[in-house]
Design a protein around this ligand. Structure first.
Ligand code: NAP
Length: 229
């Protein structure tokens, strides 16, 4: 199987790469700064025939064009839009507007740009899937603590975009859904988070493997629950 994973140089993205390589898949792993992606570079040496590293910043169209060129006429079975940013926009009485726009650019428009560009490659697969890594913090129903404007609204918007994509792409056989990885010990999740990357990714891969038309347009959680929008 051919996977494309964004934000693959650390955290959850890197764990996806490690587990999928172990399973014998072929992966194009993207990073904003490949030269500084030490773990990916060392994996590429051990898995020469399975791993390619591409420079990709989801806000930079030329890097997305280069990714499309690298994919060439190959099919992509699973696109995992994992890369994201969590920056504080401050309280409602003193909002940092730039943080809001930047979060929207990376967390919402970014996955849409990459998905849109890779549609022809996805259509070459027999069972293509677009997996957008979201957060429970993007659930309106689950928001009982407020705050986190930039992150919450960018992920809520990603959720809505994914729901539309799921409907629009259904006739083309592409299954699109969002998944919440849990509260995971990474640079973003912090050291107090509840689960490690291995637990999160092992469980998410089970959901991704089993995803079919009935999964399209749903808000999945790493542990098999379905999260209310
Ligand atoms: N950890 C959690 O508890 C948690 C909870 C809910 C959801 N999530 C979601 O899970 C996903 C992975 O998070 P994580 O915990 O692994 O975070 P992380 O350790 O902070 O890693 C984030 C990744 O995203 C990349 N990235 C940031 N901006 C990017 C851009 N403009 N273009 C492409 N890639 C970019 C980063 O690259 P650089 O190294 O270059 O910055 C890094 O590879 C994210 O979508 C996040 O929102 C995480």
């Amino acid at each position: 199987m051919q996977y494309v994973i964004t934000g693959a140089n650390r955290g959850i993205g890197l764990e996806f790469v490690e587990q999928l390589l172990e399973r014998g898949n072929h992966i194009i792993a993207t990073a904003r700064q490949p030269a500084r992606a030490d773990e990916l570079q060392s994996l590429a040496k051990s898995y020469r025939d399975q791993l390619e590293i591409a420079r990709l910043d989801v806000t930079e169209k030329d890097t997305i064009d280069a990714l499309v060129e690298l994919v060439g006429d190959r099919g992509v079975d699973v696109l995992i839009n994992n890369g994201a940013t969590m920056i504080g926009a401050g309280p409602i009485d003193d909002l940092n507007e730039q943080a809001l726009f930047d979060s929207f650019d990376v967390n919402t428009v970014g996955p849409l740009r990459v998905s849109s560009a890779l549609l022809p490659a996805l259509e070459r697969s027999d069972q293509p899937k677009i997996v957008n890594v979201t957060s429970k913090m993007g659930s309106i129903a689950d928001n009982g603590s407020g705050g986190s404007y930039a992150y919450r609204i960018s992920k809520a918007a990603l959720n809505m975009a994914t729901r539309s994509m799921a409907i629009d792409l259904e006739p083309r056989g592409i299954v699109a859904f969002v998944i919440h990885p849990g509260w995971v010990r990474t640079r973003m999740g912090g050291q107090n988070a509840l689960i490690d990357t291995e637990t999160s990714v092992t469980n998410m891969l089970r959901i991704i493997d089993e995803a079919d038309r009935s999964t399209a347009g749903t808000f999945q959680e790493w542990n098999g629950n379905v999260i209310p929008w």
